[in-house]
Design a protein around this ligand. Structure first.
Ligand SMILES: Nc1ncnc2c1ncn2[C@@H]1O[C@H](COP(=O)(O)OP(=O)(O)OP(=O)(O)O)[C@@H](O)[C@H]1O
Ligand SMILES: [Mg+2]
Length: 532
């Protein structure tokens, strides 16, 4: 379990939180919420023991399973299967058994006999550790996270960011850790997997701290809510589920507002009287007391809670282009012997809106990458139209160079932008003051999304290719970005599990993968989004 005493966390010169104390017991399902950049990820890193807090104490008992927001863990040479099974110390054994099985087929009797002995020794150990049942359990978790055998046999270094993240999640769920800390676990999951994960977390007997922009998951799983208030650098703890929390919080705000109004009124009356009394020498002492009482009333008030600032976003007018800025013909892509899609044709007209639908693994991200020129198709070709300028938003924020500063990234995204203008645009994406000089690598998930979109905006793109742009965004920023998208004059090709995002885009057409069939958008497709 986890006990936190007077935790203080600073990054650079900035205080993220202080005087934070709480315990996490078995059965606690904690939803950690707060706006983008509040410090949720930074805090959970400290809880998991990956970093040291600047103050306070964190006690851990039992194993902790930690899923970072942006994981790159594990030996890249290892297979995915080994990575998962290693969570219970079984990975080495499975690999050993596999190698022994191969060696047993050797022509050389010396080799094959040795392999046979090795096999039987490893197999005994594996059995003793409950290996076969455990392996079946791991396989079931992996399959629920849409990780088929084919992927489990691949080395980590050959997998996409999304696949690696699912491997890490499978590993943690398999580990039987006493406490799990999950930072945005639903990113990269399809709707089936999200539903499965919700159930799994609900019935999980240990403690859980989860950060998620998936409101349904938070609503169904959580029995305590920790609200990290970036304006007060502190955490409000509510020991209740999500819906009650929202009501309670609104009631608290209302109570504070009333208390403040009433105290201010009393103080004003007191000061008023004091001013009248003050004119007479005989009443000076009383007047003095009244002013003191009024000041005390005001001082006792909690500071007014400042509402979170939200980026006011508007995507600028795109550079001019021809009638059909982007066309593609006969696109196909396979990975090894596995065909992802074949024979996909596409024509994106100026200012048009297209949604790409298809199940996980149907190649939606692959198709966007190919359209963006980040990947080559096996057959077919992209035909850029007159004046085409593509703005590609990738889930992994691939357009961001993590070793350069925020401003350097902005300047490199556009041919016309100088530093002053870069700062102005950044301001409208809520990066202020020294934020521009931060290395992009230290940005929070939501901040990276904002930077990535800001870079697209300054490039004057007339065709946006957006891959799950609303992941990681807090609700207020999500609304702003969807609003800006709705008013954008260029063409948009969107991949998203977020039904609200698709609705906001108001698409005309849908492209279905893996067949590549095109259709007019209609309401029936809306139901498919979350399944996809
Ligand atoms: N090493 C660092 N140097 C400077 N600033 C940092 C560093 N690490 C993190 N930050 C800043 O601290 C703030 C908190 O980041 P964190 O990733 O914890 O936010 P978060 O609450 O997880 O946000 P999100 O919801 O977007 O994931 C951000 O503004 C981030 O840029
Ligand atoms: Mg985060």
């Amino acid at each position: 379990m986890l006990a936190v005493h007077e935790l203080e966390i600073r990054v650079g010169a900035r205080l993220l939180m202080e005087d934070v104390s709480f315990r996490v017991e078995k059965g606690d399902k904690i939803g950690l919420v707060g706006r983008n950049g509040a410090g949720k990820t930074t805090m959970t890193k400290a809880l998991a023991g990956e970093t040291q807090p600047t103050g306070g104490k964190i006690e851990r008992t039992g194993e902790i399973g930690y899923l970072p927001q942006d994981p790159r863990s594990g030996n890249p040479e290892d297979t995915a299967r080994k990575r998962i099974l290693d969570a219970r110390g079984l990975g080495e054994l499975v690999e050993g058994i596999r190698q022994a099985t191969l060696d047993m087929a050797s022509e050389d009797p010396a080799v094959s006999e040795k392999a046979m002995r090795r096999y039987s020794r490893l197999d005994d150990q594996f059995n003793a550790l409950g290996g076969y049942a455990a392996e079946a359990e791991a396989a079931s978790i992996a399959s629920n996270l849409k990780l088929p055998d084919r992927i489990l046999d691949q080395q980590l270094k050959t997998l996409s960011g999304g696949q690696r993240r699912r491997i890490e999640l499978a590993r943690i769920l398999f580990s039987d850790a006493e406490t799990m800390i999950l930072d945005e676990p639903t990113n990269h999951l399809d709707a089936d997997s999200v539903v499965w994960l919700r159930e799994h977390l609900k019935t999980y007997p240990g403690g859980v701290i989860v950060i998620s922009h998936d409101v349904e998951l938070v609503d169904e799983v959580v029995n305590r809510v920790f609200y990290l208030d970036a304006n007060r650098q502190s955490i409000d703890i509510y020991n209740m589920g999500w819906k009650l929390y929202q009501r309670q919080r609104a009631a608290d705000e209302e109570r504070r507002r009333k208390e403040r109004a009433s105290a201010e009124k009393k103080a004003a009356t007191l000061k008023d009287q004091a001013a009248r009394f003050g004119a007479k020498a005989s009443k000076a002492a009383a007047a003095h007391q009244m002013v003191a009482r009024a000041d005390k009333l005001l001082a006792g008030l909690e500071d007014e809670r400042v509402a979170d600032r939200v980026a006011k976003l508007r995507f600028p007018t795109p550079v001019p282009c021809g009638r059909t800025p982007l066309m593609a013909e006969g696109l196909s892509k396979s990975y090894g012997s596995l065909e992802i899609f074949a024979g996909v044709d596409l024509a994106i007209d100026r200012g048009s809106r297209v949604v790409i639908l298809g199940f996980n693994g149907a190649g939606k991200t692959t198709l966007l990458r190919i359209l963006a020129g980040a990947d080559q198709p096996d057959t077919g070709e992209i035909q850029p139209g007159h004046g085409l300028r593509i703005g590609y938003y990738a889930q992994e924020h691939e357009n961001i160079d993590v070793n350069r500063t925020v401003i350097e990234n902005m300047v490199s995204a556009s041919t016309e932008l100088n530093e002053t203008e870069a700062r102005r645009v950044l301001g409208s994406f809520l990066f202020t003051g020294d934020d521009g000089y931060k290395k992009a690598g230290v940005l929070s998930g939501g901040e990276k999304t904002r930077l990535s979109l800001a870079m697209i905006v300054v490039s004057g793109a007339n065709v946006l290719l957006l891959d799950e742009p609303t992941n990681n965004l807090d609700p207020a920023s999500r609304e702003e970005i969807l609003g800006a998208l709705a008013g954008y004059e260029g063409a948009v090709v969107l991949v998203s599990h977020d039904a609200g995002a698709v609705e906001a885009l108001n698409p005309e057409r849908v492209l279905l993968l893996p067949d590549g069939t095109e259709d007019h958008w209609n309401k029936d497709y809306a139901e498919l989004i979350e399944l996809a």
